[in-house]
Design a protein around this ligand. Structure first.
Ligand code: G3P
Ligand code: CA
Length: 392
């Protein structure tokens, strides 16, 4: 049994070679569309009227860490490009705190993989090995830096082996704070004449709380300060730790989503509190009903919607979409990426490991399950795939 892991750790960069060793057996999803799925989703969202979640197109295209397929993740370059490419929501950002309590946008506390911190001799002695949710991690951690110190760093591409073009932008952008994101959201909304949505995620909230850096109260304070703590505010909050979302439910009225990793994984807050349940328990009809008592949605890994076989090919859809909808929850699974290593085996194309595969085929197959939206590193591809699906 594992705790939550990032999906590119599980199936992307680190697992890339293993994935590419699997059989590539030709394109074409075998999963048939569910009649009326799009209509049902539209009804659940309120048919596009009345603001709030109801105003979002379905399936909703969510720019994962911005447009991270094209720019270093969690930078204003990445966030702005996501909007330019048509994302309905920008995942701005994954949130972690600094030593002096500011929330900043990084996917994890360790920043050696996404910044130039290793090139800063003045921070060489900050390198540590820490236990992060039970896993030893070596590098530099946001909680050991003040915001002023972090602002001297620059963002870099996380997966340069897969996305060498993105390294062109290494060093161009600094680490955004969440407060800057809130201001940016308003500026972009004014500039574009269209409401910009964001989808911040609380990262490792139990880990940070134990360090005296509880993140939920800090997020709630900022949302309140900017008048974005309401039911119809264009801010959806997500976390892999259900108790963190329960805490947010007491602090603000925003739409909330519980993220779900592999079926045998166990949220870290459950590990810490001795709650024996795994993700498999959370996605039973009873588990989903309980989630629906404090959240509006779930963000499952795509494998919980359609599992893969040992060759990495899609099998049959689970009942998760149906069960979640019956509980009144929307589903925003993660993460669609255009490159071969990140696609189900039957949608990979050609001999170049990092070339784009038949991602439209993969989108079609996942959309046909009735999901309400999807996180994608490539929002332009997602928007076109949505057009195909809706008009299809
Ligand atoms: O937030 C949805 C998705 O982003 C969860 O995965 O690891 O990319 O934050 P991760
Ligand atoms: Ca995330």
């Amino acid at each position: 049994m594992g705790t939550q892991r990032s999906d590119e750790q599980a199936g992307g960069t680190t697992g890339r070679r293993a994935l590419l060793g699997a059989a590539v057996l030709g394109a074409g999803g075998a999963v048939l569309g569910l009649p009326g799925a799009a209509r049902a989703a539209d009804a659940r969202h309120g048919g596009g009227r009345g603001g709030g979640l109801k105003s979002l197109p379905v399936p909703t295209v969510i720019g994962h860490r911005g447009a991270s397929g094209y720019r270093p993740e969690h930078t204003f370059g990445s966030y702005e490009l996501a909007l330019d490419l048509g994302a309905d929501i920008v995942e701005a950002g994954d949130l972690v705190p600094t030593k002096d309590g500011h929330l900043v946008c990084r996917h994890e506390p360790e920043i050696g993989g996404t910044t130039d911190v290793a090139d800063h001799p003045e921070f060489a002695d900050r390198k540590r090995t820490k236990s992060l949710d039970g896993v030893p991690v070596t590098g530099w951690f946001t909680e050991d830096f003040t915001l002023a110190e972090l602002k001297t760093l620059r963002a870099t591409e996380r997966v340069p082996a897969n996305r060498p073009h993105n390294t062109l932008y290494d060093g161009r952008w600094e680490i955004p704070t969440f407060e800057e994101v809130l201001r940016w959201q308003d500026e972009q909304t004014r500039k574009r004449g269209k409401q910009v949505w964001i989808y911040p995620e609380l990262k490792h909230p139990t880990y940070f709380r134990k360090l005296g850096l509880g993140t939920e109260e800090r997020l709630a304070r900022l949302l309140r300060a900017y008048g974005k703590d309401r039911k119809n505010s264009p801010v959806i909050i997500q976390s892999f730790e259900p108790t963190s979302i329960q805490r947010m439910n007491k602090l603000v009225r925003n739409p909330l989503a519980v993220l779900l990793s592999g079926a045998d994984s166990r949220p870290w807050d459950f590990v810490e509190t001795g709650d024996p349940r795994t993700t498999a328990d959370l996605i039973t009809p009873e588990g989903l009903k309980e989630i629906a008592s404090y959240a509006q949605g779930i963000g499952p890994t795509l494998d919980l919607v359609i599992p893969k076989d040992s060759a990495g090919r899609l099998t049959e859809p689970t009942t998760l979409v149906r069960d979640a909808h019956r509980a009144g929850l929307i589903l925003h699974p993660y993460t669609m990426r255009n490159e071969n290593p990140f696609l189900p085996a039957e949608f990979r194309k050609g001999g170049d490991p990092d070339a784009y595969g038949d991602v439209f085929g993969a989108f079609r197959t996942y959309f046909a399950t009735g999901i309400d939206g999807v996180f994608t590193d490539n929002p332009d591809t997602g928007v076109l795939a949505r057009e195909d699906f809706v008009n299809g």
